[in-house]
Design a protein. Structure first.
Length: 433
């Protein structure tokens, strides 16, 4: 028999409904599909707010500059299975420890083949409180119910089972209670009954020693720090936790630059041909890949905060070949599969000897343009200032455009290339204008 795994599941906002989704599919992927593994995408949501699928992970840790994180309900729902099983445990057969409850919900039983310890995981998640991002979920009904179980064979001598319960609340007045240890369930004559409320997850087990994890004070959330700079040589680590800790470490070649988020293309740390520049950030993908969504024809990496209206950004750029272009951008409105539709303020230079300001990533909506001496293999310092719906652009400290009316909208800072080819970046910086 081939093993079946749900290799990319969940992908759902990690609020209480997301916890309900995770509880339901952890059980029902096996009950309905014989899948013995369910893998969450993503495990930890560590990408900017404003990017697609924000908080679609079991927990959220999206502010490495502050150390802030959020432990969400799906983490504790996971514990109902993961704290009561390990590699080598197996599911009992359907009809003999696995199945659907009469009045809605499901149950599975996991057993240790060696010790015969076992755990029953029961979920009674209602339809609207367990919706996942996909697939669509047919309507069904769950009601409060009493379920009875009979232990047979080698399990018939069990007299009690330890109980852990999560009650997921949606009434707005009672907070959800996750992974709470309850009173043991008595097993009399190999039979026991348990009352199951709607929207609960219950684990009954012969195992002991489980506990709800604890953690210290979570550092407060803080916005992306400005001013910010990166020379791509030393990695600056900031941690705000009762005090400010600053450490430096060298970037590794082929690693990603801190805080940059590639949307198309791949931007890596590489050694510069010119030793004076040390490391640089370089776009590495040489041709447009086969994609599964509407990726842009440009390679682009984002950084910062999607609420920024006004920002000043500068970066050194080097074109490796003539018929290429590079841009720095502010107020980028789209990302992920929609990045091809991104608007904002884009300042370009081209190896054909032009500079251009556009309001779109495709470079078609031209706001201002002019001639410039641009050669391959030469470093140029691009600076773009956006403030109050107006922009100023400079090359090597010389203003080439000022007072250009641009979209007055919030968005990320970005930089990228006009196509899939190699361009080098160095000495990146941004600050409030």
């Amino acid at each position: 028999h081939k093993q079946l795994w749900a290799s990319e599941d969940y992908s759902t906002f990690n609020d209480d409904v997301g916890a309900g989704c995770w509880a339901r599919i952890l059980n029902q992927n096996y009950v309905n599909g014989n899948m013995t593994s369910t893998i969450s995408w993503s495990l930890i949501a560590s990408y900017y707010e404003g990017l697609p699928y924000f908080r679609d992970g079991l927990m959220t840790a999206a502010e490495p500059w502050s150390g802030h994180y959020e432990v969400m309900g799906p983490v504790w729902v996971s514990a109902h299975t993961t704290q009561f099983s390990k590699v080598g445990y197996y599911y009992l057969r359907h009809g003999s420890g696995v199945g659907a409850l009469i009045h809605g919900g499901s149950y599975v039983t996991l057993m240790d083949a060696g010790t015969k310890d076992f755990s029953i995981v029961i979920e009674t998640m209602s339809h609207n409180h367990s919706l996942c991002i996909r697939p669509s979920l047919p309507e069904y009904t769950v009601v409060n119910q009493t379920a009875s179980f009979q232990l047979k064979g080698s399990l018939a001598n069990i007299t009690s089972l330890n109980k852990w319960v999560s009650r997921i609340s949606f009434d707005g007045s009672t907070p959800s209670q996750y992974f709470v240890k309850g009173d043991p369930i008595s097993v009399i004559g190999s039979v026991f009954s348990i009352f199951l409320e709607v929207d609960t997850v219950t684990t009954l087990s012969t195992l002991t020693g489980q506990q709800k994890g604890t953690f210290g004070d979570i550092p407060p959330s803080r916005p992306f720090p400005l001013p910010y700079s990166d020379n791509f040589d030393s990695l600056l680590c900031l941690m705000m936790y009762h005090a400010l800790f600053i450490t430096f470490t060298e970037y590794a070649v082929f690693s990603e630059a801190q805080y940059f988020s590639d949307q198309t293309g791949v931007f890596e740390i590489q050694k510069a041909a010119d030793e004076k520049h040390g490391n640089v950030m370089k776009q590495m993908v040489p041709t447009r890949p086969i994609t599964w969504c509407n990726d842009a024809n440009q390679a682009v990496a984002l950084i910062g905060n999607n609420t920024w209206h006004e920002v000043q950004v500068a970066v050194l750029v080097l074109l490796e070949t003539v018929n290429t272009s590079v841009f720095v951008a502010t107020s980028m409105s789209k990302s992920g599969c929609n990045v091809a539709e991104a608007t904002g303020t884009f300042f370009w230079i081209s190896g054909l000897g032009t500079w251009t300001i556009t309001s779109d990533i495709e470079g078609k909506a031209v706001l201002s343009t002019g001639k410039a001496t641009i050669s391959q293999g030469v470093w140029y310092n691009l600076e773009l200032i956006t403030k109050g719906g107006m922009s100023t652009a400079s090359i090597d400290g010389k203003v080439v455009a000022s007072g250009v009316s641009v979209p007055d909208q919030p968005g990320f800072v970005g930089m990228g290339t006009g196509g899939f080819y190699s361009v080098q970046f160095d000495d990146f910086s941004m600050k409030q204008p």
